[in-house]
Design a binder for this molecule. Structure first.
Ligand code: NAD
Length: 500
């Protein structure tokens, strides 16, 4: 049985913890590895190594730092097949989708390659007579990233390149469900020339997370995961004096207006609801069908959902793989069953799907529920599975009201051919990322990613310009270099620029 170790101070290590957790292949249901879970000593060792590494990494020139970033980019691109295979084996998503997430992660590495432009600062010459003022940013020190199972490469790459390029040491606590890809990333960072201790991987569960959140040697925490844990992370780490960005769960709505291209909208909705078995924080899980759009839209989506090929993610013909665990499958099936009992119309039922030859896998087929109301659990809960619920409303205003009343605010989309409707929508919804005829509006790396309301705790969105800001602190220098012959200009009054 394969054992997955930590990556501390430049090398794989078993650590001293005696707890382990099984890692599964969700397509077969088989245990494929035992993951070591860190104990307190392992955490102390990693934080000590990071603290030492941060002291020198911070002083490495921008030219050398970006040299490492360029090399890392090259190595990740060269190992894309290997990384994708690790993702599919432990997450279950299809290989092409796994490669897609790696490409999105690489975009952040590319942005980090240009970090000197972001760290240039600002200079005001002669702010007062003989006085110049300039501002620049410096790293926080040691930061940790705690990541979810659903993007085992992309989400760590939302964080680590930004933290490292800005001069921090970074400790990754990946999801215990699919930890192997992070170990390959650690090796690639090392091969790219990153000094030992600047990127480390510490595996663990709640115990390790709480250790990171409360450790005095850690200056910042980036978290991506479910809302209850995001809130816990934000509250605990801020109470311990850390800077925190904690991205939470989602319930993403797509409004479809009657003037939309209903064939194109159904293609996009189906891909956004069932791709990666619905286990994306930006998945569309609620279709808000406005007025006359509803019947045709449900018919079109039904056609797409029933044509999806569900299989092991390694099957080149697969559109969708399994869900992450048996418990996730049972929970999803339970919510769907409850919705049906509460009066939702079962249009496509994926509850009893079994994939031949993979009978022990964690399967749920594409599922469509119509006439869902905002009181049903299928609407109020983040299902995080291949389930699209359809809520029917009369007007665009009703749709916006529904979205704004929802506690989540990660992503949303509108399908329409009306610029006026789209503009009203983009201005009025209380959601962080908006797609106009785009179902999964994940921002490119030079914008930042973040939701509103229960989808983000903290001030800063992740990666892009806000990522730079999150991982750095500002300094402003007011300087005077007087000619030796000049009077000092000192005064007992508070310094004012208007009297110079
Ligand atoms: P999760 O919250 O269960 O786990 C996330 C991380 O927190 C993992 O590393 C896990 O080990 C740790 N963790 C779990 N329980 C903990 C506890 N009690 N105390 C401390 N740490 C704990 O999330 P998940 O199931 O891995 O991922 C799916 C969730 O992540 C969904 O809710 C999804 O919407 C969300 N997500 C959000 C975004 C976003 O950008 N907003 C992106 C991806 C995923």
């Amino acid at each position: 049985m394969n054992t997955i170790n930590h990556f501390i101070n430049g090398a794989e290590t078993a650590g001293t913890g005696d707890r382990t957790q099984s890692v599964y292949n969700p397509a077969t249901g088989a245990v494929t590895a035992e993951l070591r879970l860190a104990n307190r000593d392992d955490l102390e060792t990693a934080v000590a190594a990071a603290t030492e590494a941060a002291k020198t990494w911070n002083h490495i020139s921008l030219a050398k730092r970006t040299g490492v970033m360029f090399k890392f980019r090259e190595l990740v691109a060269a190992h894309i097949d290997e990384l994708a295979a690790l993702i599919t084996a432990e997450h279950g998503k299809v290989l092409s989708d796994a490669k897609g997430e790696i490409h999105r992660g690489l975009e952040v590495v590319e942005f980090a390659c240009g970090i000197p432009e972001q760290l240039k600062g600002a200079y005001s010459d002669q702010a007062a007579t003989g006085i110049d003022v300039f501002s620049f940013r410096q790293p926080l020190g040691v930061v940790a990233g705690i990541t979810p199972f659903n993007f085992p490469v992309m989400v760590p790459l939302w964080m680590a390149p930004m933290a490292i390029a800005t001069g921090n040491a970074f400790i990754l606590k990946p999801s215990e469900r699919d930890p192997s890809a992070s170990m390959l990333l650690a090796q690639l960072w090392k091969d790219a020339g990153l000094p030992d201790g600047v990127f480390q991987v510490l595996h663990g569960d709640k115990e390790t997370v709480t250790g990171l959140l409360t450790h005095p040697g850690i200056d910042g925490i980036s978290f991506v995961g479910s809302t209850p844990i995001a809130q816990y992370v934000h509250e605990t780490a801020t109470a311990h004096g850390k800077r925190v960005q904690a991205l939470g769960g989602a319930k993403n709505h797509a409004i479809v207006l009657p003037d939309a291209d209903l064939e194109g909208a159904a293609d996009h909705l189906s891909a956004a609801a069932f791709g990666s078995a619905g286990e994306r924080c930006m998945a569309i899980s609620v279709a808000v069908a406005v007025g006359d759009a509803a019947d045709q839209l449900v018919k079109n989506v039904t056609q797409r959902a029933t044509a999806i090929k569900v299989a092991n993610g390694t099957d080149p013909g697969a559109d969708m793989g399994p869900v992450i665990t048996a418990a996730a499958r049972d929970r999803i099936v339970g919510i769907v069953t409850e919705a049906k009992a509460a009066g939702a119309a079962m249009v496509v039922d994926g509850r009893s799907l079994v994939v031949e030859g993979h009978e022990e896998g964690f399967w749920v087929g594409p599922t469509v529920l119509d006439n869902v109301t905002s009181e049903m659990t299928a609407y109020t809960e983040e299902i995080f599975g291949p389930v699209l619920v359809v809520v029917r409303v009369d007007t665009l205003e009703d749709g916006i009201k529904l979205i704004n009343a929802n506690p989540y605010g990660n992503g949303t989309a509108i399908f329409t051919s009306s610029g006026a409707a789209a503009r009203k929508f983009q201005r009025e919804v209380t959601v962080g990322m908006i797609g106009i005829n785009v179902p999964l509006p994940v921002p490119v790396a030079y914008h930042s990613f973040g939701g509103w309301k229960a989808s983000l705790f903290g001030d800063k969105h992740i990666y892009g310009p806000e990522g730079v800001s999150f991982y750095t602190r500002g300094k402003v220098v007011t300087s005077r270099w007087p000619e030796p012959t000049h009077a000092s200009g000192a005064s007992y009054n508070f310094p004012s620029n208007s009297t110079d």
